[in-house]
Design a binder for this molecule. Structure first.
Ligand SMILES: [Zn+2]
Length: 92
């Protein structure tokens, strides 16, 4: 039983390291900050905390030059890439 627990713990640590490595390359968070976040507040909630850090290369918005836009519809002008405006019923 003890061997199984050790194997599971190592597998869990490997998953955390891989997830933090991948997310720290994509987002503005250091790998050595992401790892303690995952270990202290669990991987599941840690992932949401890490997801809140901005992307290193956000796609931006070509309509209003909002370079930080990450979503399908821009947060500043509410347009998507085709210039279609997000309908008011989906706002607020
Ligand atoms: Zn925009």
């Amino acid at each position: 039983m003890a061997i199984l627990a050790v194997v599971l713990a190592i597998g869990y640590l490997v998953l955390i390291v891989l997830m933090c490595k991948q997310e720290s390359q994509k987002r503005k968070i250091n790998f050595f900050i992401a790892i303690p976040i995952c270990l202290i507040i669990s991987t599941f909630f840690g992932y949401f905390v890490i997801s809140n850090f901005g992307l290193r290369n956000p796609k931006g918005c070509k309509w209003c030059n909002n370079i930080y836009n990450e979503a399908e519809f821009c947060g500043v002008c509410n347009k998507n890439e085709e210039g279609k405006i997000l309908e008011a019923k989906y706002l607020a």
